[in-house]
Design a protein around this ligand. Structure first.
Ligand code: NDP
Ligand code: OXD
Length: 309
């Protein structure tokens, strides 16, 4: 039995070294080196080349090195009987929560406006808002959304959450399903998308949804680019229904240089780096799953293929 690491960024060696540091006897390979394909039972992957997993006839588990698995479902060559797991990690959740809080405070205090004004040598005070002035709405109350909601409550915000099934989170007003969405949106001043990307959630951030937010609402998309209809966001920003947006994720990454978001004064962008799997923190769950796989035991953090997350 052996593990292959497949990803197209520069992090293969870091993951391989971290696995070997934790267990020097492990058989672990980069997909770019010569390796015995029939021995591979687990593939640790992140945005792999589509079709590349078909090279492994004895593959039993695909372990996503991140929380999202939409890129795995996009690969139609993957056999139905292979178990898919994903990362559930305290740093992944707390890093995301810290990112969302930072964006909201930056906006309340007008820091982006002041940075632009500073570069123009322009001294121009603008009224700030307080925590008590706004309601935050979190779409998706899973591992990341639930911690983010609780941290916002602890910071003093009024917080609402929306998910597929109804959730109970201290201090958070929760809504679920299509019926709950309308009520959730009408009071939401800062909308945070933390949904997985599935056929049900693709394009959910669109004109029909934006129109249900109060005028001046601010949109934060830290989930996937596919949730957002870019043209609809631009339209609502340009007609001043929405006051701004902070985007970490895009349909195409890196975002093409010709895209209107780059130069839009009310769009603030980060390069898909809101929260990144911490190798040292994540390795133990990968190794535990590898051992479980060898011993025929249940795996941790299995993705539900029907739900798509
Ligand atoms: P989880 O699977 O733990 O939670 C998903 C939540 O979304 C659940 O509450 C689920 O509802 C809800 N949901 C799913 N489908 C629907 C739907 N159709 N309608 C309403 N609610 C729905 O995911 P995580 O919290 O771990 O991660 C969320 C996403 O964040 C990831 O899929 C990934 O795309 C993104 N991400 C982005 C990062 C970045 O750096 N930008 C980093 C890490 C993750 P229910 O509880 O009822 O099932
Ligand atoms: C993830 C991500 O899904 O980094 O983990 O986007």
């Amino acid at each position: 039995m052996a593990i292959v690491i497949i990803r197209q960024d520069t992090k293969i060696e870091a993951w391989k070294n971290a696995l070997l540091k934790a267990n020097p006897k492990l058989n672990v390979y980069s997909y770019l080196e010569e390796h015995p394909k029939e021995e591979i039972t687990m593939a640790l992957i992140w945005k792999h080349p589509q079709g590349s997993l078909s090279a492994y006839p004895n593959l039993k588990c695909i372990a996503s090195a991140g929380a999202g698995v939409d890129y795995i479902f996009d690969d139609k060559s993957i056999a139905e009987n292979i178990t898919i797991t994903r990362v559930v990690d305290p740093y992944l959740a707390s890093d995301m929560s810290e990112h969302v809080l930072a964006v909201i405070f930056t906006e309340l205090k007008n820091f982006n406006t002041y940075k632009v004004q500073q570069l123009q040598v322009n001294w121009n005070p603008k009224a700030y808002r307080r925590i008590s002035d706004v309601t935050i709405g979190i779409m998706g109350l899973g591992e990341l959304g639930s911690l983010t909601s609780s941290d916002l409550v602890n910071a003093g915000f009024k917080v609402q959450g929306w998910s597929r099934s109804k959730k109970e989170i201290d201090g958070v007003s929760t809504f679920s399903g299509d019926a709950g969405l309308q009520h959730f949106l009408k009071e939401t001043d800062f909308l945070v998308c933390l949904l997985p990307l599935t056929p049900d959630t693709y394009g959910i951030l669109n004109t029909a949804l934006f129109k249900q937010l109060p005028k001046g609402a601010y949109v934060i998309n830290v989930a996937r680019g596919g949730h957002l209809v870019d043209a609809d966001l631009l339209y609502q920003l340009n007609n001043n229904h929405l006051s701004g947006a902070c985007l970490d994720v895009f349909h195409q990454e890196p975002l093409p240089s010709s895209h209107a978001f780059w130069k839009h004064p009310n769009v603030f962008m980060t390069p898909h780096y809101a929260s990144v799997s911490d190798t040292n923190s994540v390795i133990p769950q990968i190794l535990e799953n590898y051992t479980n796989l060898m011993e025929g035991k249940d795996l941790l953090h299995i993705v539900n293929r029907i739900k798509g997350y």
